[in-house]
Ligand binder design. Structure first.
Ligand code: SF4
Length: 461
């Protein structure tokens, strides 16, 4: 797809509305407590009958962090007590056993992601034990994607080699910003040199893909400093870059109360940082994937986008087809068939369930027919940038134009704004529309349309 020449500040100002990131539809805030472990087990039994040959994706949440980043909105436990890692592994083992006892067949895994928190809070032996635990009970495909989030402050060359030896082939570096003042203001100090050296090591070790997370809108950031950060990351040439907007919601996320309001960039500067970052990355050869993500043209994600094979899951865009996700660890979210489920959010509750020999699932959702139809529509827009009415009509036996009469009126507005082409048999996202694809997807979100209170979501950009 041809990249747009310029996303201006005016565009960003115009389409900057609140909205979810659609790593799932319905979004996790719609999960209900009525969906519990027994509902999950039913979904798992269904997999035993109809989908057990499909490879699983496994997500493991490691909640611990050694120090607190002030912008943090994740579910984490800040502690220096590393002995907590061993205890957590014991509980993960119990949780894995509870899942396994319900599978009727051996399970193949082609995707495994360790997220957090800080997965590298665990020491080398603990990470070995965790991977061994998983590999003992699941068949890991040789060509699978095995990734881990890296806090550069917690790894060195030796640790990276250990991760490579354990079979990880993808790394995601939490970079955020290279400016020293910004790093101090968010309480996350890690030098450019440190990150550059780790990325070079990782490349030499044969990691297939490296991602760098960046955040704009942080305290002490200015368009000048952020331009420099983007230039620096471009010199490191990670295969993928995620560029997130910081949403300052101190009433919801306690760590953010440590950020001084007067240190935050104003809305105009924030927009300038985003538009310039987009220009810099695209000029440097990165392809815009959609929803905050960029990739080098030769990266699997960029190729998948070009070939219309992109998918989306809780980790963002993926090349792997929509598959069941087995979620392990406190607060982890999984997907089984047409259901989503989430584990207990506090470690005490999580341990408590497992002490009682119960799966720690506390909420979730069984998707109804309307959810499934809308999920297919939203994912087609977000992953392929186009939607064929006929494909939805054939899959769900509906008349698209009748079913989505109101939504299509709103889509007409998006057409006037230059975000989509409305054709007689479908919708196509324009080059500019890719940058605001969330706003287009939101039109089809029934929950959001019914819900006037959008303030709880982070800013769209
Ligand atoms: S941003 Fe990441 S590393 Fe920092 S406190 Fe939050 S979870 Fe931990």
């Amino acid at each position: 797809m041809k990249q747009p020449l310029m996303i201006t500040q005016a565009h960003i100002e115009r389409y900057d509305v609140s909205g979810p990131r659609y790593t799932s539809y319905p979004t996790a805030d719609r999960f209900v407590e009525a969906f519990d472990a027994s509902a999950y087990v039913k979904a798992l039994e269904q997999r035993n009958i109809s989908a057990w040959t499909q490879p699983l994706s496994v997500y493991v949440h490691v909640p611990f962090c050694e120090s607190l980043c002030f912008y943090c909105a994740c579910n984490k436990i800040v502690t220096k007590r590393h002995e907590q890692g061993a205890q957590y592994l014991n509980y993960l083992k119990r949780e894995i056993d509870l899942h396994l006892s319900r599978f009727d067949h051996p399970q193949t895994v082609n995707q495994c992601h360790l997220g957090g928190g800080t997965p590298t809070f665990l020491n080398d032996d603990e990470l070995s034990a965790l991977m061994q635990m998983l590999k003992q009970v699941f068949v890991f495909e040789a060509a699978g994607e095995y990734s881990i989030e890296i806090d550069p402050r917690t790894v060195d060359t030796q640790r990276l080699q250990h991760l490579r030896d354990l079979g990880f082939n993808r790394l995601s570096f939490g970079v955020q910003d290279f400016d020293a003042d910004v790093q101090q203001a968010v309480h996350r100090v890690q030098s450019y040199k440190q990150v550059a050296s780790l990325m070079q090591d990782a490349r030499n070790m044969g990691f297939q893909s490296m991602n760098a997370d960046l955040i704009y809108g942080l305290p002490k950031q200015t368009p000048v400093t952020f331009r420099q950060t983007i230039s620096q990351i471009i010199t490191l040439r990670p295969d993928r870059i995620a560029l997130y907007g910081y949403a300052h919601l101190p009433s919801r996320f306690k760590p953010q109360r440590r950020i001084l309001h007067e240190d935050l960039p104003n809305a105009v500067d924030k927009i300038q940082m985003l538009s310039e970052a987009i220009q810099q990355l695209i000029s440097a050869g990165y392809v815009y994937i959609g929803m905050d993500h960029f990739a080098l043209p030769e990266d699997a994600l960029a190729i998948a986008k070009q070939q219309g094979r992109l998918h989306r899951n809780f980790q963002g865009y993926s090349t792997m087809a929509d598959q069941d996700i087995l979620a392990l660890g406190v607060s982890a979210i999984g997907k089984m068939g047409s259901t989503y489920s989430q584990n207990a959010k506090t470690i005490e509750e999580y341990y408590d369930y497992l002490d009682q020999g119960q799966l720690p699932i506390v909420r979730g959702l069984a998707l109804n027919r309307d959810d499934l139809i809308r999920r297919a529509v939203i994912m087609a827009i977000m992953c392929h940038g186009e939607l064929s009415y006929e494909s939805i009509e054939l899959s769900y036996m509906i008349n698209f134009k009748e079913y989505f009469k109101t939504e299509l009126q709103q889509i007409e507005e998006k057409q006037k704004q230059g975000l989509v082409y409305l054709e007689h048999d479908g919708i196509k996202v324009t080059d500019m529309g890719w940058f605001f694809v969330r706003a287009i997807a939101m039109v089809f979100d029934r929950y959001l349309q019914l819900d006037a209170n959008r303030a709880r979501f982070s800013k769209i950009l």
